[in-house]
Design a protein around this ligand. Structure first.
Ligand code: RVP
Length: 500
C-alpha cells in the first residue's frame, strides 16, 4: 500500500532561530565555522576540513577554476563540474592545483578601439578603477596598455573617443615576465608605486595580473583551504557512467575530493561507483554521493562508503524537477530526516558521515537555519553565480547588471548524466536558463555572509558548528508572519542588503 509520510514537506524559509544565552566568550571573533567534509571516526578530526562551510555547486555556470581558487582563498571549496569531457575537467582541476597564489586572471579587459563611455560603464559595473587594454579585449590577448578612471573625465573628454586615445601605452609601463615570483612581483608593486602589475609572456600576451589590493587581501586570507604542499584544495564532480575513466584522471590532476553529481542519488549506480572508488582505486580519494532527501537513502549511501552525503531534490533556484517529475522534498524536512539518520548511524557504527545541504538557499540566513538543523556544510549555485569569479557572462538588461545562470538540467547545459537521461539528448528539461542580479566580487560577499553566520551563532550561544547543532532552538513561522514581514516600507536611500 502507498506510504504517506506523516510530516508536511517544509522549506528552510519556514523556520527562524530563537536566541540562547550569549556569554562573555561568545563573540564573533571566537566563532569557529570550520566543518568536516569527509567521513571520520566519531570523536576524531575529519581528514578533510574547511574553515568556511561553503562549497560551490557542481555546475557549468558556477564552478570554474577561477571561482574555485577564490573560494579556496576564502576558506571554502569549489567543485569543478563534470558536464565536460574527462580531459577538459582534469585540466580545470589541474589549473586550480597549479595556481600560483597572488597571480590572477585579468577579468576587466577592453579593446583599444572601445569608447571611453564603454570602459567607464565597465569599470563602474565591476566597481574597479583600472582596466587592462588588450588587442582582442580578452584576458590573454596581446597586451596594449592600461586605462584607469584617473585617465579621463566625462567633462574633459568626449566619451565617444577611443580607449587608445587616453590609455597609458604598454611601452611606457612596468611589466613583469611570467617567470617572476610572487614576492618579486610584490616588491615591484611597491618599488614602482603600482596598483596593477601586468605579467606578460615573451610573445607580448597578457598572462596574469598582480594587484596591490590582493597583496593587502592576502594578509587577510588566514583561512585558505590548502593541502600539505600548500596548493589550493579543489573538488570535482563525477557521474555513474564514465567513472572508470574520470576518477583516475581527476585523481591524477590532483582533486582532493570527488562527488557523484546526480539529482537522485538513491540508486544502485551510485553504490557501484562508490564500490569502484573504494575497491579498484583503494580509496585514494574520498567520494561524496547524493542527492537524497530521506534517512533510508542516507543509510544506503553511507553503507556504500560515501565520504559525505548531499541533501536536496527539487529545491535549486533553477530547478523544475518538482514540476516535471513530482519528485522532491522541502529542504528543511529532508535535512531533519537525514540528520537524524546520520546521528543514529554515527552511534551505531562509530562513523560520522558529514551532510551537505545543497540548493534552494535564498537568503544568507537560510544557511544558518540549515547548519542549525544539522548540516555540516552548504553547497550553493545561485549565490556564487552572481559574482565576478563565476564563468558566466555579465549582461546589462534595461540598465541593470545581471550574470547568466542556468540549471544543469536545462537545454543549455544538457547534463544527461546528472538526470540519468539518454546518451546526448534531454527528453525533457529539469532546469531553467536565466539571469541573477550581479553582486560584484566573491571576496566581500563571503566576508559579509560569514559575518552574518557568526552573528547568528553568537545570538544562539554557539561558537562551533557542533555546538550549534546541539543547542540551536528553531521555531516554525506562521502564514501570518510572512504577511507581516512583507509589509512594505519605502526606503529613504539606496537599497538595503537583502541578504540575497
Ligand atoms: P541554488 O543554489 O538554489 O541555485 O541550487 C543549486 C543546486 O541546484 C545545485 O547544486 C544542484 O543540486 C541543483 N541543480 C543544478 N541544476 C539543476 C537543474 O537544472 N534542475 N538543479
Amino acid at each position: 500500500m502507498v506510504q504517506i509520510l506523516p510530516e508536511v514537506s517544509r522549506t528552510l524559509n519556514e523556520y527562524l532561530l530563537v536566541p540562547n544565552l550569549t556569554t562573555e566568550d561568545c563573540v564573533p571573533d571566537n566563532v569557529d565555522l570550520s566543518a568536516p567534509i569527509v567521513r571520520h571516526p566519531v570523536g576524531e578530526i575529519s581528514p578533510l576540513r574547511i574553515a568556511v562551510p561553503l562549497v560551490s555547486a557542481i555546475m557549468m555556470a558556477v564552478s570554474s577554476p577561477r571561482l574555485a581558487i577564490a573560494l579556496a582563498q576564502t576558506g571554502g571549496l569549489g567543485f569543478i563540474h563534470q558536464n565536460q569531457d574527462v580531459a577538459a575537467q582534469a585540466k580545470q582541476v589541474g589549473a586550480v592545483k597549479r595556481h600560483k597564489a597572488g597571480f590572477r586572471h585579468s577579468d576587466i579587459n577592453i579593446k583599444p578601439s572601445a569608447t571611453l563611455g564603454e570602459v567607464s560603464r565597465l569599470l563602474r559595473a565591476a566597481e574597479r578603477d583600472i582596466a587592462v587594454v588588450t588587442e582582442d579585449g580578452t584576458g590573454t590577448g596581446r597586451f596594449v596598455g592600461l586605462i584607469a578612471t584617473t585617465d579621463f573625465h566625462p567633462q574633459r573628454h568626449d566619451l565617444n573617443g577611443t580607449v587608445e586615445s587616453r590609455m597609458r601605452p604598454a611601452h611606457q609601463l612596468v611589466t613583469a615576465p611570467t617567470t617572476i615570483s610572487l614576492s618579486d612581483a610584490n616588491t615591484m608593486l611597491w618599488d614602482h608605486r603600482l596598483d596593477l602589475l601586468p605579467v606578460v609572456t615573451a610573445e607580448g600576451h597578457l598572462a596574469s595580473i598582480v594587484l596591490r589590493r590582493d597583496y593587502e587581501l592576502h594578509k587577510q586570507f588566514r583561512n585558505e583551504s590548502i593541502d600539505d604542499d600548500k596548493r589550493f584544495r579543489v573538488g570535482a564532480g563525477i557521474n555513474t557512467r564514465d567513472y572508470r575513466d574520470r576518477i583516475p584522471a581527476l585523481v591524477e590532476a590532483g582533486a582532493d575530493v570527488l562527488c557523484i553529481d546526480s539529482s537522485d542519488g538513491y540508486s544502485v549506480w551510485q553504490q557501484r561507483t562508490l564500490a569502484y572508488a573504494a575497491q579498484e582505486l583503494g580509496g585514494v580519494v574520498p567520494v561524496g554521493a547524493g542527492n537524497v532527501v530521506d534517512g533510508r537513502a542516507f543509510r544506503y549511501l553511507a553503507d556504500a562508503g560515501a565520504a559525505f552525503v548531499k541533501v536536496g531534490i527539487g529545491g535549486g533556484s533553477i530547478c523544475i524537477t518538482r514540476d516535471q517529475k513530482g519528485i522532491g522534498r522541502g529542504q528543511a524536512s529532508a535535512l531533519i530526516d537525514v540528520v537524524a539518520e546520520r546521528d543514529r548511524y554515527a552511534q551505531e557504527t562509530g562513523v560520522y558521515v558529514p551532510i551537505c545541504c545543497d540548493g534552494g538557499l535564498l537568503a544568507d540566513y537560510h544557511m544558518a537555519v540549515a547548519l542549525a538543523l544539522g548540516a555540516d556544510f552548504i553547497m550553493l549555485g545561485r549565490y556564487f553565480a552572481r559574482f565576478d569569479e563565476s564563468p558566466s557572462n555579465l549582461v546589462n538588461l534595461d540598465g541593470q547588471m545581471f550574470k547568466e545562470y542556468w540549471g544543469e538540467g536545462s537545454q543549455r547545459a544538457r547534463n544527461v548524466t546528472r538526470y540519468d537521461q539518454a546518451e546526448t539528448e534531454l527528453a525533457f528539461e529539469e532546469g531553467v536558463d536565466g539571469y541573477v542580479p550581479y553582486a560584484g566580487s566573491l571576496y566581500p560577499n563571503i566576508a559579509r555572509t560569514t559575518a552574518k553566520l557568526r552573528a547568528t551563532m553568537v545570538s544562539c550561544g554557539a561558537t562551533t558548528l557542533p555546538a550549534f547543532h546541539r543547542d540551536a532552538v528553531l521555531v516554525q513561522v506562521s502564514q501570518q508572519s510572512y504577511q507581516q514581514n512583507g509589509a512594505e516600507v519605502r526606503l529613504r536611500t539606496g537599497e538595503r542588503d537583502s541578504g540575497r
